[in-house]
Write a protein that binds this ligand. Structure first.
Ligand code: 5AD
Ligand code: FES
Length: 360
């Protein structure tokens, strides 16, 4: 494939927001520095058209590292006996929000393993307490697969958004990342969840890991088609990074380069999307998140969890958690964002109007 043809594919994506499976796979396989540079020039432009130079900030509260699942890639999987488990209860969570609100956060993301202790009553109590105390803030849940009834209850309690990464859109690949009890039915379950969440009225986020073990360019092409059909409001992607106490301890990590390329593609295929420059991106490279913004990302999710528990939420080795990425160092973060030509925006940072008006 010549540079021209690669540029033509990028142009086509820029103009139509669509590529076919074969075109995505080709472009991903044949990408090079030149193509990436061209892609980022257009993905930055597209982000500016929809969101200007604004980068939205979300306060991430990792409220439990108990998890009933056993995903091969995940550091807090239930079989990892080396994890010191913790839960933040309502008063701890409210304290995090209080701190976050003072720092200017208007979105709180409650993220946790699938922890049966947090039943629907407890989740609803947390959500409604936050909404009561901070009515102008958005609450995002990231707590895994639940029934439609449960999702409805959280929504009625005031939850605005829900993040549930599909991890991979390819069934065979999915089966390589999860134990057998997670496969077939579980994967269909994840799709059911995303559909329910959207129908209920959440702003829905999904996403996947880049460079996860056994992933091919074709798998990534499937992920792109999946995003094209789901049209989520948010898409979180980050490189896979091995965790020493998991079955994937010896697997190679995903690269900065491919993750940035995928961010560029996602920005062009879903122009209105909120795309975080993730912690995993900041973990594989010191300036990873700045480069993510330059590739088209427009969200940062600094850690608001109490410092004592941060090291316990180790999804992968060396996860950055005590330095500049934390919420307390919002000034450092603001400088980093400014270095990309963008600026931090203090607001709920909802998905842009063209998304909701067109009922995507
Ligand atoms: N490397 C990178 N990302 C990971 N996640 C879980 N384990 C890893 C890992 N080893 C991601 C998954 C999950 C999100 C919370 O973190 O995509 O959905
Ligand atoms: Fe917790 Fe996969 S191990 S969701």
């Amino acid at each position: 494939m010549t540079i021209n043809t690669k540029h033509e594919l990028v142009d086509k994506l820029y103009q139509t927001s669509n590529l076919s499976f074969d075109e995505y796979a080709e472009l991903i396989k044949k990408r090079d520095e030149e193509t990436a540079k061209y892609l980022f020039s257009l993905s930055q432009k597209r982000r500016e058209e929809y969101y200007g130079n604004d980068v939205y900030i979300r306060g991430l509260i990792e409220f439990t590292n108990y998890c009933k699942n056993d995903c091969y890639y995940c550091g807090i999987r239930r079989s990892n006996a080396n994890v010191s488990r913790y839960r933040l209860l309502l008063p701890d969570i409210m304290q995090c929000c209080h701190e976050g609100c003072e720092l200017g956060f208007r979105t709180f993301v409650l993220q946790g393993g699938e922890d049966p202790y947090f039943n629907d009553d407890r989740i609803c109590e947390i959500v409604s307490s936050i909404k009561k105390e901070y009515p102008d803030c958005a609450v995002t849940l990231s707590i895994g697969e639940k029934s439609r009834e449960s999702y409805l209850r959280y929504f009625q309690a005031g939850a605005d958004r829900f993040l549930l990464r599909h991890e991979t859109a390819d069934y065979n690949h999915y089966a390589k990342l999860h134990p057998a009890d997670h496969s077939w039915t579980r994967r269909r379950e994840c799709l059911r969840c995303l559909k329910d969440l959207k129908e209920i009225g959440y702003q829905v986020g999904t996403g996947f890991m880049v460079g996860s073990p056994y992933q091919t360019a074709e798998n990534l092409a499937s992920d792109m088609l999946f995003l094209q059909s789901l049209k989520p409001a948010m898409v979180g992607i980050g490189p896979f990074i091995a965790h020493k106490d998991t079955p994937f301890a010896d697997k190679a990590s995903g690269t900065l380069e491919l993750t940035l390329f995928m961010i560029g593609l996602i920005r062009l295929s879903l122009p209105y999307a909120l795309i975080p420059a993730t912690t995993a991106l900041g973990t594989i490279a010191p300036n990873g998140r700045e480069l993510g913004i330059k590739a088209g990302a427009n969200v940062l999710m600094p850690n608001l969890s109490p410092v004592e528990v941060r090291k316990k939420y180790m999804l992968y080795d060396n996860k950055i958690c005590t330095g500049e990425e934390s919420a307390q160092c919002i000034q450092c973060l603001a400088h980093r964002v400014e270095s990309t030509g963008c600026k931090i925006k203090i607001s709920r940072g909802d998905v842009c109007k063209s998304y909701t008006q067109n009922n995507i």
